[in-house]
Design a binder for this molecule. Structure first.
Ligand code: ZN
Ligand code: ZN
Length: 510
C-alpha cells in the first residue's frame, strides 16, 4: 500500500496564492482604540501580518498598514472609565483627555501600549491615524464625491443591507462646533465646491463644517470603502460581524466599485477569540485579557503561534490557565521540530527557544530569587542564553503562577521535613532509603535518571512506583502530588534531595 502524505499548506500561504501576483498590494488592518486592546483585537493585526508575510515570501510587492480609528466617537462610559467621562460621549477619541493624564489624548493612551506590543510581536505596519487623515484634508476629494453621490450610496445601503434610511440620511457626520460631538446632526445644505456642509445639531447649534479641515467624518459603512480606494487596499482581514450578508463588507464592496471605481480588497474573515468560560472578548464588557498583560507571561512568538496555528475562520477559545501551558508545550515541540511553516511564520528573529515554560514554572517555585533561578538552571546543565532572557522568562512564569495558574501546579518546598512524612509506613521508608542510596550513587544527576530510578527501586523493593512517587512528594512538599519528578529533583540538587529522603527514612525509627 502506498501512503500519500499531502503537504499541508498553511492558510496564510493559501490566501497569498489567491491574489493577483502582478500588482502592488496593501494589507490593511484597523482597530478603534476605545479601550484596552485585548488579544481578541490582536487577531486582526496578526492575521494581517501573517498574510502579509506569506505574500512577501512569495515575492509579491506588498505593504502592511494599520489604521487607528482614533477619530471615532466615544460611544459610552465603559466599565473601566471614571463616571465623569459621560461628558465626552460623542466626541472623537483623539479629542478626549486621557484617563491617566500623561498621554496626548484618550486614543493615544490605549494605542501606545498596543503599538509597543505589536513591535514586540514582530508586527511592523505603517501606522495611520484616522484623525490626522481627516484633519490634514487628505480625504477631501473622496468626501466631496461621497456627498455628490449620496443618493446613490443611500440606494446601495438600503438595497444591500435591507434597511430603510430616513430621507434626511447623510453619509457625513459633522462635528458640532458648540458641543464638539460627532452628532447625528441634520444636514441643511451641502457645498462640495467649498467642501462645507451646513448643519443643525441636536444641541440646537446651527453651523458650518469644513471637511477639508476634518470638521466631521464619514459614517462607517462609507468610511471603510472610501479608505480602500484612498489607500489602495487589496487585502483586508475583518471580524465576522462585518462579513454577514448585507453587512458592511457587502455594502462596502458595492460602494467601492460604483462610487470610487475601485475593486474591494480580498476579504480575510476571522472569528472571535473568546476567554474560556467567559465568552467573546470585548473591552467594553470587561471580558478581556489585554495583549500587554499576556506578553507579561507569554513570549511574543507563542502569541503569534496562537493565531498562526488556527485558520482565521475558526473560533479560538483561549484559556490563560492550563490551556496556556499546553499551548506553550505545543509551541516548544513545533520549535524543536524546526522547519514547519507554522513555526516559521510564528518565530521571531533573535528569539531562541529557551527553557521550557513548564520547567520554569517549577524552577521559580523552588528558587527564592533570581540568583537561585540561575543556579538551578546551571546545575541542571541548561545552556543559559543571556541573563536578561532567562530572568525575563522567570518573571513570566512568576506572573503566570500568581494570576492564572490553577492550584494544582502550585507547590512549596518545605524547609523542614513535613509532618505528613511521619505517617509514611515502614515499607515506604524502606523503599525511600533504597532510592536515596541510588541517588547518592548516580553518576549523572539528570531528570531522566532520577525519574527512572523510582521505577527501578520500586521493582527492587517490591514497592508500587506510584506509592514511591507519592512518598517523595510528601517528604519534600508535604503533599501527595507535585511537578514532574525528574525535573523537580534535578532542580533541587543532589545534596538536598538525599538529605531530605534520609530524614524521612529515619523519622519513623527515632
Ligand atoms: Zn494616558
Ligand atoms: Zn452640538
Amino acid at each position: 500500500m502506498v501512503v500519500v502524505v499531502s503537504e499541508k499548506i498553511h492558510w496564510a500561504d493559501v490566501y497569498a496564492a489567491k491574489v493577483d501576483p502582478n500588482i502592488g498590494h496593501r494589507v490593511a488592518t484597523g482597530i478603534t482604540p476605545s479601550g484596552p486592546i485585548h488579544i481578541g483585537n490582536m487577531r486582526e493585526v496578526v492575521t494581517g501580518d501573517l498574510v502579509y508575510k506569506a505574500m512577501r515570501d512569495r515575492g509579491l510587492d506588498v505593504e502592511l498598514i494599520y489604521i487607528a480609528d482614533d477619530f471615532d466617537p466615544l460611544r459610552k462610559v465603559y466599565p473601566f472609565l471614571p463616571e465623569d467621562y459621560a461628558q465626552y460621549i460623542g466626541r472623537p477619541l483623539c479629542d478626549i483627555p486621557c484617563p491617566c493624564g500623561e498621554c496626548e489624548n484618550y486614543a493615544e493612551h490605549y494605542l501606545a501600549p498596543f503599538l509597543a506590543a505589536l513591535d514586540e510581536m514582530d508586527v511592523h505596519p505603517r501606522v495611520i491615524r484616522a484623525s490626522r487623515e481627516y484633519r490634514s484634508g487628505s480625504y477631501t476629494e473622496e468626501i466631496s464625491r461621497v456627498i455628490e453621490k449620496r443618493e446613490e450610496i443611500k440606494e446601495i445601503l438600503e438595497r444591500v443591507s435591507h434597511r430603510a434610511l430616513p430621507d434626511s440620511w447623510s453619509p457625513f457626520y459633522p462635528i458640532c462646533e458648540q458641543c464638539r460631538r460627532i452628532s447625528n446632526a441634520e444636514i441643511l445644505a451641502f457645498d462640495p465646491d467649498a467642501h462645507k456642509v451646513a448643519y443643525r445639531c441636536e444641541c440646537g447649534q446651527i453651523g458650518e463644517a469644513d471637511y477639508a479641515k476634518g470638521e466631521g467624518k464619514l459614517v462607517w459603512r462609507v468610511d471603510w470603502p472610501m479608505r480602500w480606494a484612498h489607500f489602495k487596499v487589496t487585502v483586508e482581514p475583518f471580524g465576522k460581524d462585518h462579513a454577514a450578508a448585507g453587512g458592511s463588507y457587502d455594502t462596502g464592496k458595492e460602494i467601492a466599485e460604483t462610487i470610487f471605481g475601485y475593486e474591494a480588497p480580498f476579504p480575510v474573515m476571522y472569528e472571535w477569540i473568546s476567554l474560556k468560560g467567559k465568552g467573546a472578548m470585548a473591552s467594553s464588557t470587561g471580558v478581556a485579557v489585554t495583549i500587554n498583560s499576556m506578553l507579561e507571561i507569554v513570549a511574543p512568538d507563542v502569541l503569534r503561534y496562537l493565531i498562526a496555528r488556527t485558520k482565521p475562520g475558526k473560533a479560538i477559545d483561549f484559556d490563560p490557565g492550563m490551556g496556556l501551558l499546553s499551548l506553550i508545550d505545543e509551541f516548544d515541540r513545533v520549535a524543536q521540530a524546526g522547519s514547519s511553516r507554522e513555526y516559521e511564520l510564528s518565530s521571531i528573529t533573535g528569539i531562541k527557544p529557551g527553557i521550557p515554560f513548564r520547567h520554569m514554572v517549577t524552577v521559580v517555585q523552588i528558587a527564592r530569587d533570581d540568583q537561585g533561578v540561575l543556579e538551578i538552571l546551571e546545575r541542571s546543565g541548561y545552556e543559559i542564553g543571556t541573563r536578561e532572557a532567562v530572568l525575563a522568562a522567570a518573571h513570566r512564569a512568576r506572573v503566570w503562577i500568581e494570576r492564572y495558574a490553577p492550584e494544582i501546579v502550585k507547590f512549596e518546598v518545605q524547609e523542614a521535613l513535613p509532618p505528613a512524612a511521619l505517617e509514611l509506613g515502614e515499607h515506604e521508608r524502606y523503599a525511600l532509603g533504597a532510592l536515596a542510596s541510588r541517588y547518592m550513587a548516580l553518576d549523572v544527576w539528570s531528570a531522566e535518571h532520577l525519574h527512572n530510578a523510582v521505577y527501578e527501586m520500586g521493582k527492587e523493593t517490591n514497592a508500587d512506583p506510584k506509592t514511591l512517587f507519592t512518598a517523595v512528594y510528601i517528604s519534600i512538599l508535604g503533599q501527595k502530588r507535585g511537578p514532574r519528578l525528574g525535573w523537580f529533583l534535578e532542580a533541587l540538587g543532589r545534596e538536598f534531595v538525599v538529605a531530605r529522603l534520609m530524614e524521612a527514612v529515619n523519622a519513623g525509627t527515632e
